[in-house]
Design a protein around this ligand. Structure first.
Ligand SMILES: [Zn+2]
Length: 119
């Protein structure tokens, strides 16, 4: 069963102590998150094979769609009368802000799905 706490904190799927990312990235500086190659605590290799994180793209897609729908329903619930263009602009801005958190979360979720804890 997937535990949510270590996933949210981007911890190693093997030991749940070491950080997966050396830096979280900064959207204002256009600097993406930097991922450690191995866990600093247990030396677990994160990218198990070339192209391992290709599947994380599908997790990211699911997260993005869920967030876009959530933003739309929040706007709809508030009842503000906005044009479709304005709603799309708001959704786009929210998704741009969540770009790096989604990147990190999708990779961590992907690793947690396919990693058996050895400890
Ligand atoms: Zn570890």
């Amino acid at each position: 069963m997937l535990r949510l706490g270590p996933i949210v904190k981007s911890k190693c799927p093997n030991c749940e102590k070491g950080s997966v990312f050396a830096s979280g990235g900064n959207i204002l500086k256009l600097k993406g998150p930097e991922m450690n190659t191995t866990c600093p605590v247990c030396e677990y290799k994160f990218e198990r094979e070339p192209g391992y994180f290709f599947g994380a793209m599908f997790i990211s897609y699911g997260l993005t769609i869920a967030q876009a729908m959530a933003v739309y329903f929040i706007i709809w619930t508030i009842g503000v009368d906005l044009s479709v263009d304005m709603i799309m602009l708001i959704i786009t801005l929210v998704l741009v802000v969540l770009l790096f958190p989604n990147f990190r979360a999708s990779r961590v979720i992907w690793m947690y799905i396919f990693t058996k804890k050895k400890i």
